[in-house]
Design a protein around this ligand. Structure first.
Ligand SMILES: NC(=O)c1ccc[n+]([C@@H]2O[C@H](COP(=O)([O-])OP(=O)(O)OC[C@H]3O[C@@H](n4cnc5c(N)ncnc54)[C@H](O)[C@@H]3O)[C@@H](O)[C@H]2O)c1
Length: 381
């Protein structure tokens, strides 16, 4: 079988997302499958060049996976003609600089979100990449969660009738780091290092809402820091200067205004780390990470409000499970495959830097709303 190669430089590959989701679960998984099948019958083989700061860490990762191409020199890596794509999963604060370098070097861009720390930079990156005639994409992995894919299917299939309400509950507990290690890096909790749950999660909510339900027209947010002191990777105490919880209302075209809570300061384990309930004139649904349950109005039991009596019906068990009907691959890998097809076969791809910029815009306006205590309209970019 014919094999074509594509050179991809990977920045931030020693980090949580860069290593686990993008290198191991996506690009190495594509190689393990023999490459990505293309329309002409050939296979696309990603040749990977790891770039980063620590020679020792890069060498260790490369050796662990039988890779030989790694460097601590981003400029030299980007100057190589065999590299066609630059991917970035570094800490957010380092992203803009690296993406600018990659665009200057004429490389297609694929990047983690948020694409930049502020809207002006995000828009500038999108303009520069367009101006240079480059292909570009941003990670929007939540769209590929099986639960949200099923929710999207319900919307597109007309299950809800007229949608009345949507909500989002994203919450779990990130340990402080003293009596149990924290499960997220400490920079997430320092504003000066690009941390904060609004800049982290509002870009996700933006593309989920925009792509499944419609344009986000306005935002109102209450933003706070629930846990003021945390302990970093070295066990040293630090002040959490970034927000760790955001309670937002996102007004959509058509009038629905989903409240979405985002917090990593919720002790206990909820049913799902992310739950999205939706209600329409015809029925209701609750989507989680993998599953989605529905109840049509015709199968809705007659509710009677009476707290004096115990509830005799097990309401939860009466909901119907939405079937898979397809195989769900790792979402990061699925999106990598779409992006690679976009680059080599010119397949359409809507999740570009402009979509990434709209996510940054929503985060910026969400923070402004919290600061000023008011609802903020979201202008078209
Ligand atoms: N799509 C998602 O669901 C998702 C989830 C988590 C994080 N992210 C995004 O991925 C990016 C990386 O997050 P992570 O959780 O993997 O972080 P991480 O701290 O685990 O990894 C950060 C990477 O950046 C590198 N880096 C470069 N310059 C650095 C500097 N000056 N200081 C510290 N590290 C530096 C590190 O070496 C490492 O490779 C962030 O932009 C974050 O917003 C996306």
């Amino acid at each position: 079988m014919d094999r074509r190669t594509i050179g991809i430089a990977l920045g931030g590959v020693t980090g949580r997302m860069g290593y686990r989701q993008h290198l191991v679960r996506s690009l190495l998984a594509i190689r393990e499958a023999g490459g990505l099948p293309l329309r002409d019958g050939s296979r696309l083989w990603p040749e990977l060049a790891l770039v980063g700061r620590s020679e020792a860490k890069l060498r260790e990762i490369a050796e662990r996976h039988g890779l030989t191409d790694w460097s601590t020199d981003l400029t030299a890596t980007l100057a190589r003609p065999d590299i066609q794509i630059y991917f970035d999963a570094q800490v957010t604060s380092q992203r803009e600089k690296a993406l600018r370098m990659a665009i200057d070097a004429g490389k297609h861009i694929y990047t983690e979100k948020p694409i930049a720390e502020d809207l002006a930079a995000a828009v500038d990156l999108a303009r520069l990449a367009d101006g240079a005639g480059l292909k570009h994409g941003v990670v929007q992995d939540k769209l590929f969660l099986p639960g949200l894919r099923k929710l999207d299917r319900l919307v597109k299939g007309g299950f809800f009738g007229r949608i009345l309400s949507i909500r989002g509950e994203f919450g779990y507990w990130v340990f402080e780091g003293d009596w149990q290690p924290a499960q997220r890096p400490s920079w997430n909790y320092r504003a000066a290092d690009g941390g904060g749950i609004v800049v982290d999660m509002f870009p996700h909510w933006h593309y989920v809402l925009e792509q499944i339900f419609g344009r986000v027209n306005a935002v109102t947010a209450h933003v706070t820091t629930h846990v003021p002191t945390r302990w970093d990777e070295n066990g040293d105490a630090y002040e959490a200067t970034a927000d760790d919880a955001a309670y937002g209302i996102f007004q959509l075209e058509g009038g629905v205004g989903p409240p979405i809570n985002s917090s990593r300061a919720v002790p206990g384990c909820p049913h799902e780390l992310l739950e999205v309930p939706g209600a329409g004139t015809e029925g209701s649904a609750v989507a989680g990470l993998r599953n989605c349950r529905i109840q049509h109005r015709a199968t809705t039991p007659k509710p009677v409000w009476n707290p004096d009596l115990p509830v005799t019906e097990d309401f939860r068990s009466q909901w119907q499970v939405v079937p898979d009907n397809e195989e769900f691959d790792n979402g990061f890998k699925a999106q990598w495959e779409l992006f690679l097809r976009h680059v080599v076969e010119d397949e359409p791809y809507t999740w570009d830097l402009w979509a990434g910029a709209r996510g940054v815009q929503l985060a910026e306006l969400g923070l402004q709303s919290a600061r000023e205590g008011r609802r903020i309209e979201v202008p078209e970019l």
